[in-house]
Design a protein around this ligand. Structure first.
Ligand SMILES: Nc1ncnc2c1ncn2[C@@H]1O[C@H](COP(=O)(O)OP(=O)(O)OP(=O)(O)O)[C@@H](O)[C@H]1O
Ligand SMILES: [Mg+2]
Length: 307
């Protein structure tokens, strides 16, 4: 059973004038970090809100941990950090967690034990009695993540969790998400920070104009099949005639030499020939693109044919 499944999920707003989601079929496996990507207005927040039971689909259905999203039980097993969330700023950090915990139905004894542990986990242990109006954006986001964990959920929905956080704070959030994944939680992220997503996610899906246009493992998307960067000392231009003889395409890109081969055997043949000529190979590195490159390529490719 996948913790999250949607079937033909469709949502129109404003009496059908705004198409936010169209026929989305999505399966998200457990104990992983899953990121939903897409340009502004693609439907990411809408999808998350439907999964949380905050808004309702126009058509289609979805299941959380095998149960219909309308069930009270499935709501009790999820945690949520909303995009641009606002906590009442007269509360201190401890009170925020206590009130949200109470609203999630967690008993006081459990909360008193859990709150210090969560504040510690998000590195706010010395701030529990401070009013949150003094908190920086990064501290508020970390408190938001602690709030999403207050009912010890199986699935964590985080809408733009690193929005407005500096690089050190982002790294702390990243480490925290990896720890939570290792504890067996499923994390569903919406984010525009593709370098963060690339570092932390196992799988990604891309939405455009409400439609799901890609889904797969990050490493599959960023690996360029049978293309390698080759590093040799000295006159790398010597490689061009050499590669031509062996029927290997050589490109120079951003100061790197990239070879395209048919398969591993072809690559090894190339290495043998280089070594026969006493050329020193410093490194042969599988070539990768960034998730951002992939995202832009996919969005531009689908331009105009996804309405
Ligand atoms: N309550 C609403 N009423 C009417 N239209 C809405 C409502 N909420 C969202 N929309 C519209 O639905 C579409 C999808 O919006 P959504 O907020 O889900 O996108 P998103 O991918 O989360 O965007 P962003 O990256 O900007 O957060 C947009 O066209 C948006 O304007
Ligand atoms: Mg959004």
């Amino acid at each position: 059973m996948n913790p999250i499944e949607t079937n033909d999920l469709t949502k129109y707003y404003s009496g059908g004038k705004v198409q936010a989601l169209e026929g989305v079929n999505l399966q998200v496996g457990g104990a992983q970090i899953f990121s939903l990507l897409g340009p502004n207005g693609a439907g990411k927040t809408t999808l998350m809100k439907i999964l949380l039971g905050v808004c309702f689909p126009t058509r289609g259905s979805a299941r959380i941990l095998g149960k219909e999203i309308s069930s009270h039980w499935s709501h009790s097993r999820v945690g949520y950090l909303a995009e641009n969330h606002r906590f009442p700023d007269f509360l201190n950090a401890w009170q925020v967690l206590y009130y949200y915990g109470k609203m999630s139905g967690v008993d006081s004894v459990t909360l008193k034990e859990r709150i210090p542990r969560l504040l510690d986990q998000v590195k706010l242990e010395n701030w529990e009695k401070e009013r949150i109006k003094k908190f920086s954006k990064g501290m508020l986001q970390r408190l938001g993540i602690a709030q999403a964990l207050i009912n010890d959920p199986d699935i964590l929905f985080l809408d733009e969790p690193t929005d407005g956080i500096d690089p050190i704070g982002r790294r702390e959030v990243r480490d925290l998400l990896l720890t939570l994944k290792n504890q067996g939680k499923t994390i569903f992220l919406n984010s525009h920070l593709l370098s963060e997503v690339e570092r932390v996610s196992d799988e990604v899906a891309i939405l455009k104009n409400g439609r799901l246009i890609q889904k797969g493992r990050v490493e599959e998307f960023i690996a360029v099949k049978d293309t390698y960067e080759i590093k040799i000392p000295g006159a790398a231009e010597d490689l061009f005639p050499f590669c031509q003889q062996l029927n290997i395409e050589l490109h120079q890109k951003n100061g790197k030499y990239l070879i395209e081969v048919d398969d591993a055997q072809h690559l090894n043949h190339f290495i043998d020939r280089l070594r026969e000529k006493d050329m020193i190979i410093q490194a042969i590195i599988p070539h990768k693109i960034t998730l951002e490159d992939f995202f832009i390529e996919v969005i531009e490719e689908k331009e105009g044919n996804s309405n």
